[in-house]
Design a protein around this ligand. Structure first.
Ligand SMILES: [Cu+2]
Length: 326
């Protein structure tokens, strides 16, 4: 089961696939006129300092490189309280005309239960190891379940079907950047030490749902007892101690680091930013598809990865920014 466990929550584009796009997707992007001065006020300023990163939790996946628990020190930084929404991403697209990689490739990965009968007839490819991921032509951020879907009632949900490269382009426009994995984990912990979740060690304190994950039998029956089968609005559920929403569950969030399961065991502990190169970028937080029986990665120390041009219906991002020294 180990293969399935490590792959259940994401699917990657085959490296042989070629997008009809110039080599650097964000090459044409100019920062918006009002960036960055006007867009810090809605961000959360975190003081950084030294915290305990990683876990040796029995529920964890040591092969993902969740451990060892180590002291990591961070400079102050800003981070968004929420993942980037469809409304915010639309503003970016409207101002720049940027074409996402899902649009350039002409398809993205959609979870099978969301695909309409009409769209399903055109699906030719599923992912062998993870057959619940379907290659849906015409699926992109504006059409999350394929060409016959839209964003109605979901403008306050996180944007999905965005690749790491797309997220970087958005950040460039917004005058922001992606958080490092260390910043993401520091922020997600909300000031707590060595806890499993952003709110503590118990998944449902007092029986209360704290995040958007899978309930039921994965991958065929989602009971939706947390209220959602797919994405939830970015401000659904309670924020953590730092005022961040949905760090656990809802959508995976891209981080700036290259992913390595081992690098950080010896790598630097002072503002670490990951290995100098790699094949996949780190993602954090887990998604609405995560379930304890399969992919228990909505824990705050859990990690995953995907290639920078991959997009799925359960990966989004939130932005961070430097604190300028004056
Ligand atoms: Cu998962």
């Amino acid at each position: 089961m180990e293969t399935n466990m490590s792959a259940c929550c994401s699917a990657s584009r085959n490296s042989t696939a070629q997008a009809q796009q110039s080599d650097s997707p964000d090459a044409q992007i100019e920062p918006r006129n009002d960036a960055p001065a006007s867009n810090r006020e809605n961000m959360v300023l975190l003081n950084g300092g030294t915290f305990l990163m990683g876990t040796d939790d029995q529920e964890g996946f040591p092969s993902d490189g969740e451990g060892p628990i180590r002291e990591v020190t961070l400079k102050p930084f800003y981070i968004d309280p929420c993942a980037v929404t469809n409304a915010e991403f639309k503003q970016f697209i409207d101002q720049t005309g940027y074409k996402t990689e899902a649009e350039a490739f002409g398809w993205s990965f959609v979870f099978h239960l969301f695909v309409s009968e009409a769209t399903a007839r055109n699906v030719k490819t599923t992912v062998q190891q993870t057959p619940w991921w379907w290659v849906v032509e015409g699926a992109d951020w504006q059409h999350p379940e394929g060409p016959d879907s839209d964003l109605a009632e979901r403008m306050d949900h996180p944007v999905i079907h965005v690749s790491w490269n797309d997220a970087m382009a958005y950040c460039k426009w917004a005058g922001k950047r992606l958080p490092t994995e260390a910043e993401w984990e520091f922020a997600a912990r909300g000031g707590l030490t060595k806890k499993r979740y952003p709110w503590g060690d118990e998944l449902k304190p007092g029986g209360k749902h704290m995040c958007n994950i899978w309930q039921g039998k994965f991958p065929d029956k989602n009971n939706k007892s947390d209220g959602y089968a797919g994405t939830a609005p970015v401000r659904a559920f309670e924020p953590n101690g730092f005022g961040l929403y949905n760090v656990s569950g809802n959508v995976w969030e891209w981080c700036s680091d290259w992913f390595s399961p081992t690098y950080h065991a010896k790598g630097k502990r002072d503002n670490p930013s990951g290995p100098p190169k790699g094949e996949a970028r780190s993602m954090r937080g887990g998604s609405y598809l995560c379930h304890r029986s399969y992919c228990n990665r909505y824990r705050v120390a859990a990690r995953s990865k995907n290639t920078p041009d991959s997009s799925t219906g359960n990966i989004g991002f939130r932005c961070a920014a430097d604190v300028s020294i004056t």
